[in-house]
Design a protein around this ligand. Structure first.
Ligand code: CP
Length: 310
């Protein structure tokens, strides 16, 4: 008999619609029954490999393992020997000592190489193309916020087409939720075409150039940084950053825009107040941004449990 194939979470493309729905429902269950999962990871270790900075992804995965009775090891790329060797070889070693790996890699191709070497599940903690764990927490937040079926709801994303958008397209398409993009900057290298084509086929993905129209029909409006975190404070990126800020400023989520809609406001954090969103909106009653961030914990638990106990 063939050994069961190791399941990973690299992007939603590798998951069937049924599996995505099952994972979301499980995340809701985990959120409501946190105490049930206290000992489920006893004796198990998660390796967390980071090429880039993080607050939420690191904390939520580590706390998830702690609360479930397991352990998490933080591995900084720069002080590990991933820096010196082939990624798949280091990954194979790692997978012989830990039960699951979460990695935040700059390049999607490097994450795939890590997955190839690993004998245990690999979770994408955000690469240049996808951020599936974030999008699971986002939809979990909406499902907890709203009793209407997801297929009745409309999310409008306002900002730059990035890795978060690719994962939002993937998860909303799997769950039958409508997503409208207002993305004045959409560089082809940041768009995952198979994910977009799949969503178009399902009829869940739309584009809108009129910002006011887009927010009026939305139940949730979502934004993210206009400049990749990696480059935000990079002097070499200063000119591109300035040009982007000028182009994107009319798309800021601010109190004037909120007057046009009853939608709730989402952001995956970290926030650059005064750019893509104002502090007033972040702190307004319409914001569910901190619920989103908090729900990363329950979403990560569901992913770990599903991958290890499937
Ligand atoms: N949203 C998110 O992934 O946050 P961090 O970059 O802080 O992990």
């Amino acid at each position: 008999m063939q050994p069961p194939k190791t399941k990973h979470l690299i992007s939603w493309k590798d998951w069937t619609d049924h599996e995505v729905l099952d994972l979301l429902q499980f995340a809701i269950h985990v959120k409501h029954h946190r105490a049930n999962y206290l000992g489920h990871m006893t004796g198990r270790t998660l390796a967390m490999l980071f090429q880039k900075t993080s607050t939420r992804t690191r904390v939520s995965f580590e706390v998830a393992m702690t609360e479930m009775g397991g352990h998490a090891i933080y591995l900084d790329w720069m002080t590990s020997n991933f820096l010196l060797s082939d990624i798949d070889l280091e990954a194979e070693y790692l997978s012989r000592n830990v039960s699951v790996i979460m990695a935040r890699m700059r390049k999607h191709e490097d994450l795939l190489q890590l997955k190839e070497g690993s004998q245990v599940p690999v979770i994408n903690g955000c690469c240049n193309m996808f951020h599936p764990c974030q999008s699971l927490a986002d939809i979990l937040t909406i499902a907890l916020d709203n009793s209407r079926p997801l297929s009745d709801l409309q999310m409008t994303y306002i900002g730059v087409h990035n890795n978060v958008v690719n994962s939002l397209i993937g998860i909303t398409s799997a769950l039958g939720m409508r997503l409208t993009l207002v993305t004045p900057i959409a560089d082809p290298e940041n768009i995952d075409t198979p994910t977009v084509e799949q969503a178009k086929k399902k009829g869940t993905l739309f584009w809108e150039t009129d910002l006011i129209q887009a927010v009026r029909k939305a139940d949730y409006i979502y934004t993210d940084t206009w400049v990749d975190m990696e480059f935000f404070n990079d002097p070499n990126f200063a000119d591109k950053k300035k040009a982007r800020m000028e182009l994107m400023m009319p798309y800021q989520i601010n109190e004037a825009l909120l007057k046009e809609t009853n939608a709730k406001v989402m952001h995956d954090m970290p926030i650059h107040s005064g750019y893509e969103i104002t502090r007033e909106v972040v702190r307004s009653p319409r914001s569910i941004i901190f619920q989103q961030a908090e729900n990363r914990l329950d979403a990560q638990k569901a992913v770990i449990l599903q991958l290890l106990e499937a």
